[in-house]
Design a protein. Structure first.
Length: 126
């Protein structure tokens, strides 16, 4: 999947689920991102509607995410945004959703602490 590289700052809306695809770990997780802005007229911060991201994490990073992150965790995700398309098996309708394929994922240290253990891996494995 090619797409625009973005950073999402949010919270895990689900636990990290890891499956094997052709012998390789792949995790899927939902991340909620709620942007906010300062409304000068009202003199207060206002939250915009929440954006929900489907995030794919591959390889050892998927296993590390499952071992390190839980539902509700404050996270930072760096990755390529793209559209995933498929045909619904029941209705035959074409479907699509925005997906972020993570090149990095971890706790947001502005809102949490973490203990880091180096695994020796050099980067994402797609």
């Amino acid at each position: 999947m090619q797409g625009t590289q973005i950073t999402v700052v949010g919270n895990l809306g689900s636990g990290v689920e890891v499956k094997k695809v052709n012998g390789q770990s792949v995790a899927t997780v939902r991340v909620a991102e709620t942007p906010s802005y300062y409304d000068k007229q009202r003199g207060e911060w206002v939250e915009a509607p929440t954006n929900w991201w489907a995030v794919e994490v591959w390889g050892e990073m998927a296993d590390n995410a499952a071992a390190s992150l839980a539902k509700g965790a404050a996270v930072l995700v760096l990755g390529n945004a793209g559209t995933q398309e498929w045909t619904d098996k029941q209705s035959g309708e074409k479907r699509s959703r925005m997906v972020l394929r993570a090149s990095a994922i971890g706790p947001n240290l502005a809102r949490a602490t973490a203990q880091v253990v180096k695994t020796g891996q050099s980067g994402p494995q797609y």
